[in-house]
Design a binder for this molecule. Structure first.
Ligand code: TXA
Ligand code: MG
Length: 329
């Protein structure tokens, strides 16, 4: 990826799908049309690719992403469906409906893509160009709307280019997206709840369910990318073990979440040390953040000492998440 050259744009078709698959497999970023809006896709199972995606979008925080797959069996490899979720998927997939579900055991989606949550958002898009890519790639593709954070969602390839040209590897142009608004998001984690209104009207969802949807309070911020998970849902991953931020030394009994090659005093007695990035690479650090936190949380330490992490680039989002995780205690 280079910041100097305009991103290549290919017309949708089999050659474009093949090129998209090559880029995705190499950890790159591809914008492609869905029936709702254009998405910015990355290999959902590749934490580094997901970190680059957040970087390209300029997201100041890691909000969980939607995993796109070709069909219900592929979705079932990622998530557990209760009877309500089964009904919605049977009635409305493929289509502009996203389901937030408990992660399945062995769910291959990178921790960073779900922001460390135990839930995952899944969707089967109804657009030939998206389906061609997903089918040929054979793995889930995470795709937020292909805009810079805080901008409106793109419905043409030109909108994508205006926001992201030079920051991503490839844009597939499939013309204007037919629906034009994002997918409706429904959480099936108990009584089904509407998290975001979108392409499928509430009445159609309620008809498919045979009952009313619960309402979820909207996120207070005006950022269209802010997580809309309501208080009754887990909105942020938080470790059970206390976090001690900007640690300059490791106390006895503490685990260490390190960054960079120079470890602080007391690191040798850290019960467990995991390094976000020995070479101070913030993309690598973001990719490792939630999996390292989980592993250290399971280490039985009295606290997790966290070394200071720079605040530039993805460092802003990393520090945002660490701050939230520390504040939960
Ligand atoms: O139509 C769409 O949904 C488009 C196309 C590209 O598929 N995608 C899209 O993604 O709008 P994005 O990232 O802009 O919005 C996804 C929303 C975010 O508000 C995110 O917080 C929420 O889904 N979300 C994702 N995973 C979640 C989870 N596990 N729990 C609660 N909310 C989740
Ligand atoms: Mg968006």
């Amino acid at each position: 990826m280079t910041a100097l050259l305009a991103t290549r744009v290919l017309p949708a078709g089999s050659a474009a799908a093949a090129e998209a698959v090559r880029v995705l497999a190499a950890g790159g970023l591809v914008a492609f049309p869905t029936e709702t809006v254009y998405g910015l896709g990355a290999d959902a199972t590749d934490g580094r690719a997901v970190a680059r995606l957040y970087e390209a979008k300029g997201r100041p925080a890691f909000n969980p992403l939607i995993a796109h797959v070709t069909d219900r069996p592929a979705a079932q490899a990622l998530a557990r469906f209760d009877a309500d979720a089964e009904r919605l998927a049977a009635a409305l997939w493929p289509g502009p409906l996203t389901l937030v579900l408990p992660k399945a055991g062995g769910c291959p989606v990178a921790e960073l893509a779900t922001a460390g949550l135990d839930t995952v958002a899944v969707r089967v898009p109804d657009h030939a160009a998206a389906r061609d890519i997903l089918k040929a790639f054979g793995k889930p593709v995470v795709a937020p709307s292909a805009n810079r954070s805080g901008h409106v969602s793109p419905t043409t390839a030109a909108h994508v280019a205006a926001d992201l040209s030079g920051r991503i590897d490839l844009i597939i142009d499939g013309g204007p997206t037919p629906v034009g608004v994002e997918s409706t998001i429904v959480a099936c984690l108990g009584e089904p709840a509407l998290l975001r209104p979108g392409g499928v009207p509430r009445a159609i969802i309620e008809r498919a369910l045979g009952k009313k949807l619960a309402d979820a309070p909207a996120a207070p911020s005006g950022d269209d990318d802010a997580p809309l998970a309501p208080g009754m849902l887990v909105s942020h991953y938080a470790p059970r073990t206390r976090l001690r931020l900007d640690a300059c030394r490791v106390e006895p009994g503490e685990a260490l979440l390190a960054f960079g090659a120079a470890l602080p005093a007391g690191a040798e007695r850290g019960k467990k040390i995991l390094n976000l990035s020995p070479r101070c690479d913030l993309v690598e650090a973001a990719a490792n953040l939630f999996s390292h936190l989980r592993a250290l949380d399971a280490a039985g330490a009295s606290a997790i000492a966290v070394m200071a992490i720079p605040r530039d680039g993805l460092g802003e989002a990393i520090n945002d998440r660490l701050g939230r995780a520390a504040a939960k205690r």
